[in-house]
Design a protein around this ligand. Structure first.
Ligand SMILES: Cc1cc2nc3c(=O)[nH]c(=O)nc-3n(C[C@H](O)[C@H](O)[C@H](O)COP(=O)(O)OP(=O)(O)OC[C@H]3O[C@@H](n4cnc5c(N)ncnc54)[C@H](O)[C@@H]3O)c2cc1C
Length: 343
């Protein structure tokens, strides 16, 4: 089949790789060029985990997690460091109870921790809290993973054009299949209840440690990384930042999120005078319930809006799902909740 893919973020790159490896003629259209920093897939690192307070996504990750090792094997690259994940929160919080129940029901290895000394390099666990440690988790080197996916797609014949798609109708006439992987721009093609926001993350200057990635179950839902290659430990805020039109080039985040990162560094890591540096911005495209939506737009046109702030780890899996849909399969039968056909 002749296949056009709109967007070369982790979802589009993964779909290109899946389709090209199956022998299809693939062209990827990317308005900002490969590896740009205006969307959602740039930067040094992303958390890869199975542990979710919503067991639905733990079940998705049972399928998705092994695909990272497959990408590493296919491209002879080291992308993921399985340093473990520590998920910290109040022991009686519904989210933490649901997290542990989901991991238990789905047979995911985990252990409960109550003090920081039990998890070197992890955030402090205070009275009344529990830390849920899952060893099969860690971070993926985001920029490298994106480059490896595009490299592999091109090694199997795909082309990547630095071009913006304006006219879906003519693209769909010229191709057997069109896959819309447009991230924060998906609303230009598909009517979805998505909100695009500017998210903030930063690094803790002068600090260096090894340890797990971590998530704090709380109002701002902070998350973080140990030192990754040459990068100082990183802290991010998952709570929504200011809404934005994805074409707006200036990415202004919520300044209070930078302050929150500093106070987190003191509260969870005991850093008296944190140096918050290398503040970064990135887009979330969030759907109700922080869900994904994947489906058919019309004959020969499919889309994936699989972000909601947690869609990097599922990139290769969503790419495979789109390839299966394009070939007339029904890969989402076990995951009907995220199947949303438009037409
Ligand atoms: C700060 C931050 C931290 C995150 N942390 C994590 C994490 O730890 N773990 C995790 O799993 N996920 C995480 N995520 C989410 C994850 O990064 C995203 O879900 C994922 O990158 C989305 O990929 P995408 O391909 O859908 O979107 P994008 O990477 O934005 O790709 C869409 C592409 O489509 C292109 N495009 C759009 N319209 C057109 C057009 N008309 N013509 C041509 N090209 C077009 C855009 O230029 C863009 O490159 C995080 C996101 C952010 C912002």
């Amino acid at each position: 089949m002749k296949v056009a893919i709109v967007g070369a973020g982790i979802v589009g790159a993964s779909a290109a790789r899946a389709m090209a490896r199956r022998g299809h003629e693939v062209t990827v259209y990317e308005q900002h060029g490969e590896g740009h920093a205006y969307g959602s897939s740039h930067g040094a690192s992303r958390i890869v985990r199975r542990a979710y307070s919503d067991p639905f996504y733990t079940s998705v990750m049972l399928e998705a997690y092994p695909l990272w090792a497959a990408l590493e094997a296919d491209t002879s690259s080291t992308l993921v460091d399985e340093v473990g994940l520590l998920y910290v929160g109040k022991e009686d919080a519904d989210t933490m109870v649901s997290l542990v129940r989901g991991l238990t029901d789905l047979g995911v290895k985990h252990a409960l921790r109550t003090t920081r000394s039990q998890v070197p390099g992890g955030p402090a666990i205070v009275e009344g809290e529990v830390g849920v440690l899952t060893p099969e988790a860690g971070y993926v080197r985001a920029d490298r993973a994106l480059a490896a996916s595009l490299f592999d797609a091109k090694a199997h014949g795909a082309r990547v054009l630095h071009q913006r798609v304006e006219d879906l109708d003519s693209l769909s006439r010229e191709n057997d299949v069109v896959l819309l992987c447009a991230g924060g721009w998906i609303g230009r093609f598909v009517d979805l209840p998505a909100t695009v926001t500017v998210q903030t993350f930063a690094h803790l200057g002068g600090q260096s440690w090894s340890g797990p990635v971590w998530i704090e179950d709380g109002p701002l839902f902070h998350y973080g990384f140990p030192s990754v290659d040459s990068h100082a430990p990183k802290v991010g805020v998952h709570a929504p930042g200011p809404a934005i039109d994805a074409d707006e080039i200036e990415r202004r985040g919520d300044p209070s999120h930078v302050d929150a990162i500093a106070s987190l560094a003191t509260r969870r890591f005991g850093i008296a005078a944190p140096v918050v540096q290398d503040v970064g911005r990135c887009l979330y495209t969030t759907l109700p319930g922080e869900d994904f939506r994947i489906g058919r737009v019309r004959d020969g046109v499919f889309y994936a809006s699989a972000c909601s702030g947690h869609g990097f780890k599922t990139g290769p899996w969503v790419g495979r799902v789109l390839a299966d849909l394009a070939e007339g399969e029904d890969p989402l039968a076990p995951f009907a909740r995220i199947r949303h056909d438009i037409g």
